[in-house]
Design a protein around this ligand. Structure first.
Ligand SMILES: *Cc1c(COP(=O)(O)O)cnc(C)c1O
Length: 344
């Protein structure tokens, strides 16, 4: 295999430290991990391996193909999108994963097929996925082997009354089903306090360095740093322009590095003239438009950088979200397949 000219440096200790922080904040509740979308772009297999070693026992994926990609990971998976008719053969045969049933139709499909253990999602106000709380109270789950009764917070990253309304609607279901456990909080929900933790929490973004609200600021470590290799270094004379549509013009003679990273890798055009790379302490601005596979960097402040050297890109998630207008989630899940993913 040829080493790629772009790589994600992934910090295993930071990932594990973030999980331990969230587990501690979850109090007596167990702390799981959302690893859908290939571990938010980091690579689900490695994320699951590191977190399982740290003691994580509950992992959430979106689809059955994501579940099957982790069939030998040695951990119990819940499949958040439940079971379509087309999933049933795989879902019934799976011993490592169970569905999170989301609708009355999914519940019937699973029960009628003699499906065993499952989770159930209840909608407490997000109106995305889940059965109605009244359906639980009315006994719709009777006779089913429900491992975890779940609900999902719509606005946990904001201080709004909907949070407490959802928590109270969910808490009212305690004892109304045979579910072994109850689970409500995502990353931001963990920060809302002990009464949101129930029996199991489900952080995603904060594991990977996302800071969904002030309560987690300063407690979560950055996990992902994109790096790209310099393909060419050139001197751009004063008055000349760089890149598509000549949006950047050199005010003075400028040293420019062209690196192997572009919007096809998730480094989107919103970083044009805004993003930053760094090398040996110098801050090196992105200049001109980001192209599909290439980005230009002003390296005047780093005289020693040469073709073949690597530049690290600023990717602190809250700061980069503010800079780019992308969400912290998009910043991770958009990272493309051309990066080598290197855990350190
Ligand atoms: C994605 C997801 C999570 C994790 O959310 P974060 O905001 O990334 O912590 C938890 N629960 C459900 C149902 C999800 O879909």
């Amino acid at each position: 295999m040829i080493a790629a000219p772009l790589r994600l440096i992934l910090d295993r200790d930071a990932l594990v430290a973030n999980w331990r922080t969230l587990a501690a904040m979850s109090g007596p509740a167990a702390c799981g991990a959302a690893v859908k979308a290939d571990g938010y772009g980091l690579g689900a297999r490695a994320v699951v391996r590191h977190l399982a070693e740290a003691g994580c026992r509950d992992v959430f994926v979106a689809t059955w193909s994501e579940a099957m990609a982790l069939v030998d990971a040695g951990i119990a998976l819940s499949v958040l999108h439940g079971v379509r008719a087309a999933d049933m053969a795989v879902a019934l045969a799976a011993t490592h994963a169970r569905p999170v049933l989301n609708s009355v139709e999914q519940l019937r499909r699973w029960r009628d097929a003699g499906g065993g253990a499952c989770d159930v999602m209840v909608d407490t106000g997000m109106n995305r996925l889940g059965i109605a709380p009244e359906d639980v109270a009315a006994g719709l789950l009777d006779g089913m082997q429900v491992e975890t009764l779940m609900s999902h917070l719509a606005s946990a990253d904001e201080d709004v009354p909907l949070n407490a309304r959802q928590r109270d609607a969910f808490a009212a279901l305690r004892g109304r089903s045979a579910a072994r456990r109850m689970s409500l909080a995502n990353s931001a929900g963990i920060a809302l306090g002990a009464d949101y933790a129930f029996d199991l929490t489900r952080p995603g973004i904060a594991l990977y360095g996302g800071v969904p609200g002030p309560a987690l600021a300063g407690r979560i470590r950055q996990v992902v740093t994109p790096e790209a290799q310099i393909l060419q270094r050139r001197r751009v004379p004063a008055g000349a322009s760089v890149g598509y549509n000549a949006t950047w013009t050199a005010a003075v003679d400028t040293e420019v590095a062209i690196v192997n990273l572009g919007y096809a890798d998730g480094y989107l055009r919103c970083f044009s003239d805004r993003g930053q790379a760094g090398a040996s302490g110098a801050v090196l601005p992105v200049i001109g438009r980001v192209s599909m596979d290439l980005t230009a960097i002003d390296v005047s402040a780093a005289p020693d950088l040469a073709e073949g050297d690597w530049l690290a890109f600023g990717y602190d998630l809250p700061a980069t979200a503010a800079l780019s207008g992308l969400s912290q989630y998009e910043l991770l899940t958009g990272l493309g397949a051309r990066f080598d993913r290197m855990w350190r």
